[in-house]
Ligand binder design. Structure first.
Ligand SMILES: *Cc1c(COP(=O)(O)O)cnc(C)c1O
Length: 466
């Protein structure tokens, strides 16, 4: 499979190349040059496959040329063998129409494990072939950091430096990162906000002093391999609910637009998806973009669903490219104007291209708490604040009663237990697999909010590229 950039001016890469590259050199994001498509009969024949085997079938067309069928199956078996539920991403039924897709049975209790467990193995495999070392730099407001650290702990040829804003992540989230003591893990607590940490990471990707010595890689959802792995659970859920004979709708708690973009890819591959509901909190740039064509960034307001507190959603660019006629040059101009003005209008082609499949809704704090209470009192299910925003949007969507609506349950409720307790009066327990989190030793380095100090720390502790 060939991969092309959304801005049309970066080299074409194969799967191995896009996995190690992260962002394209023209500032765009990589996408497959065409969507592989399964026939209705091929989809029907996938029913009942174990998750790891289904994963290998769905991902096979994307990795062609970089991994054999046997290699891909082995990696999927290893990645999904670490999940605490045999079905990996089981469904729970709430009422006649509403379902939850539980994506939080991985080691760090959020859906990011589903893709990052595989990505860690892909990095190790590809680096082993070239003999190079990879230096992963990331900033996290919580979930990405812990999932990435778990996925690469102890892996050959990889160092990871994860910046978090000191004192601004929850105790559970911090301990999930800082109690992993493998020598290739470097946690850095910096003075400042998440945005300050993120800005330092971006600067390091462009710093020739650093890129000249180190092979710097990314683990956020600009990495195509993450989105690819997320396509699988849309198929898994729809097959269980009667696809391809029956259409299914999905409601997706959305921040950086990675998870819901994977649903769009599933639809391009032939899965009969009736609707993709993009659920946002009050940081609602995506709701405004999809409902009114107005993509303009405001100021981020902190909420009880912090992984959705985002104003600019990187992966939205992938949708605009694909729906707007795949014209890299004009998208590059559109994005340049967005970067200058922090605002832009969607084109008519982009609006009509997204209108068929997507709808959107936003939930405020009251609606989020109501959804948590409904799930608890009417259905006996405790859900986290992110999932609650998705569920609110699912119930408000007004789909005909014959269409099942699946809300993606993106985090385990225990990860956000204070907010859950406030809404429902019930304090969820941490699952046994992370039970001793609060008695484990922590290790992290505190640094001032100063780029030179962070660059110096990375230079001293990372392994040069080869
Ligand atoms: C990352 C995250 C999201 C947002 O997912 P995107 O792919 O960035 O849209 C939603 N919920 C939780 C719990 C997350 O960790």
């Amino acid at each position: 499979m060939d991969y092309i950039s959304t801005r049309g001016a970066a080299p074409i890469l194969d799967f191995e190349g896009v996995t190690l590259a992260g962002l394209a050199s023209d500032g765009g994001l990589y996408l497959p040059s065409e969507w592989p498509r399964f026939s209705e009969a091929e989809i029907a024949a996938m029913a009942g496959l174990p998750y790891a085997e289904l994963a290998a079938k769905i991902m096979q067309p994307f990795v062609g040329g970089s991994l054999t069928v046997g290699e891909l199956r082995a990696l999927c078996g290893q990645a999904y063998g670490r999940f605490a539920h045999a079905a990996v991403t089981p469904l729970a039924q709430l009422d006649e129409q509403q379902w939850l897709l539980e994506l939080f049975h991985g080691p760090t209790l959020a859906f990011k494990d589903v893709a990052l467990q595989l990505l860690g193995l892909l990095f190790e495999k590809f680096l082993g072939r070239t003999g190079q070392n990879l230096t992963i730099i990331g900033a996290t407001s919580g979930d990405t950091g812990s999932a990435a650290i778990d996925a690469v702990a102890g892996r050959e040829r990889i160092d990871i430096f994860m910046l978090h804003p000191r004192g601004r992540v929850s105790d559970v989230q911090r301990r999930q990162m800082t109690t992993v003591l493998a020598p290739n893990i470097h946690n850095i607590a910096i003075d400042g906000s998440f945005d300050d940490a993120q800005a330092m990471v971006k600067r390091m990707f462009r710093d020739p002093e650093m890129t000249g010595r180190f092979n710097i890689g990314a683990v956020n959802s600009i990495n195509w391999a993450r989105l690819m792995a997320q396509v699988v659970y849309y198929f898994a859920a729809a097959l269980q609910l009667g696809s391809p004979r029956r259409d299914v709708a999905f409601s997706v708690p959305t921040g950086n637009f990675g998870d819901v973009f994977a649903g769009y890819v599933a639809a391009q591959m032939g899965l009969p998806i009736r609707q993709l509901i993009v659920a946002t909190n009050i940081n609602d740039i995506l709701h405004r973009a999809l409902s009114e064509g107005d993509y303009s960034a405001g100021v981020v307001t902190p909420t009880a669903a912090p992984s959705m507190d985002i104003q600019v959603s990187s992966n939205f660019e992938r949708l605009l490219f694909d729906c707007g006629g795949r014209d890299g040059a004009s998208l590059a101009a559109q994005m340049a104007s967005f970067e200058a003005n922090k605002a832009m209008r969607l084109t008519n082609a982009q609006r009509s291209g997204t209108a068929g499949l997507f709808t959107s809704a936003r939930a405020d704090a009251t609606e989020m708490a109501e959804a948590m209470r409904w799930a608890s009192e009417a259905c006996g299910e405790i859900i986290d604040p992110h999932t609650a925003i998705g569920l609110h949007a699912a119930r408000a969507a007004g789909l005909d009663a014959a269409t099942p609506v699946v809300t993606l349950a993106t985090a385990h409720p225990a990860k956000f237990r204070d907010a859950v307790e406030r809404a429902t009066g019930f304090r969820p327990h941490l699952p046994a697999r992370v039970g001793d989190l609060f008695s484990r030793e922590e290790a992290y380095t505190e640094l001032p909010g100063d780029y030179a100090a962070v660059a110096e720390f990375v230079s001293t502790n990372a392994t040069p590229s080869s």
